[in-house]
Write a protein that binds this ligand. Structure first.
Ligand SMILES: Nc1ncnc2c1ncn2[C@@H]1O[C@H](COP(=O)(O)OP(=O)(O)O)[C@@H](O)[C@H]1O
Ligand SMILES: N[C@@H](CCOP(=O)(O)O)C(=O)O
Length: 321
């Protein structure tokens, strides 16, 4: 579910009246998503998405996310564009929450991505990275290597409830990654959560990106490493090297990797797996009472992490060294 906050008809009509989008015709909550409350809003001007930002989003970060979407859309990247209200603001308040209205993006997310989708994703991601190059704002990644220890500490005592020996394995893994994590790779705006549910396709063609609420300034290759994790493993958690090769070659057709990015890819993929493992582990051990949220399985990312740990070079991902 992803409607944490109820909105009355009257409140919503008053919110919609702040924009030049005609009167409110209908609205309904959207069940998908986990972070924020989302509503599909139908007005005389068409369909829009209303998002109420819930507690995991820092309101101070919202100008970065909203301006980024406007910047990327202006550069031809297909993504939701925040509407500007008559008072000149993109951000408002509704039902006690910061709230914004964005344009509706056509397309569907692909439940079982195939090689063609991975290739399209790689190409689209590289275009995204290039389009962000002259975006003036920055936001440090709040879930990067320096944040993982604090996150692990929150779960360490109970980690072995999830898998025997998990606490020890993660401590060992983190110490290694802290020692070798690079700080000088080509960087800029990255999406940082480009899982299949955040990428829309029309048929087999990528139609756009959504959910920019982890976007930040970090290494481009780390964004690619997140996608290797999220897109290139099969349901049985075997790694599909054909999909990885297609994704990486799609990316390189637009922006090539530097030799340093190439060499460090297994480490970045290992770190990306640990990052999602840690947030999932925390959420798994701390499901709020009565919550309708289904926590995501952390052990999926343990298996992925072990794959990357055994990868010696980019050849594990289908490319020549
Ligand atoms: N701009 C948009 N256009 C169309 N559908 C959207 C848009 N934004 C969100 N959605 C719908 O809302 C769902 C949840 O959005 P998402 O941003 O992933 O939420 P969360 O941040 O809570 O994970 C998406 O899966 C999609 O169905
Ligand atoms: N992609 C993350 C969870 C964040 O969920 P989203 O719906 O906001 O993309 C994970 O799979 O752990």
């Amino acid at each position: 579910m992803a409607v944490y906050t109820d909105v009355s008809d009257e409140e919503l009509a008053a919110f919609v009246a702040r924009y030049d989008i005609g009167g409110l015709l209908a609205f309904k909550g959207i069940a998908e998503g986990v972070e924020n409350s989302n509503f599909l809003v139908h007005t005389e001007a068409g369909y829009f998405i209303l998002t109420l930002y819930e507690k995991r989003v820092d309101p101070a970060d919202l100008p970065f996310f909203l301006n980024l979407m406007r910047h990327l859309a202006g550069k031809g990247i297909s993504c939701p564009t925040p509407l500007v209200a008559r008072n000149g603001e993109m951000l408002g308040e509704l039902a006690g929450r910061p709230a914004a209205m964005v344009t509706f993006l056509d397309g569907m997310w692909i439940r079982r991505p195939r090689t063609v989708h991975c290739a399209g994703l790689g190409e689209g991601l590289a275009k995204f990275h290039l389009a962000g190059a002259d975006f003036a704002m920055t936001r440090a990644n709040s879930l990067s290597v320096g944040d993982w220890r604090g996150l692990l500490d929150l779960s360490l005592e109970r980690a072995d409830e999830v898998a025997p020996g998990l606490g020890g394995e993660l401590s060992h893994e983190l110490a290694h990654l802290e020692a070798v994590w690079p700080s000088d790779l080509p960087s800029g705006v990255i999406h940082a959560d480009l899982f299949p549910d955040n990428v829309f396709f029309l048929g087999d063609t990528l139609s756009g990106f959504i959910d920019f609420y982890f976007a930040c300034t970090d290494a481009f290759a780390y964004d690619v490493a997140i996608c290797l994790n999220a897109w290139c493993f099969e349901a049985d958690l075997s790694f599909n090297v054909t999909k990885a090769r297609a994704m990486l070659n799609g990316y390189r057709s637009v922006r090539d990797f530097t030799p340093e990015e190439f060499a460090i890819l297994p480490t970045l993929a290992r770190g990306a797996a640990l990052r999602f493992l840690l947030t999932r582990l925390h959420d798994w051990l701390n499901v709020p009472e009565g919550a309708l949220v289904t926590p995501k399985d952390p052990t999926e990312y343990l298996k992925k992490l072990r794959f990357h740990r055994d990868a010696r070079s980019v050849s594990a991902y289908g490319l020549d060294e």
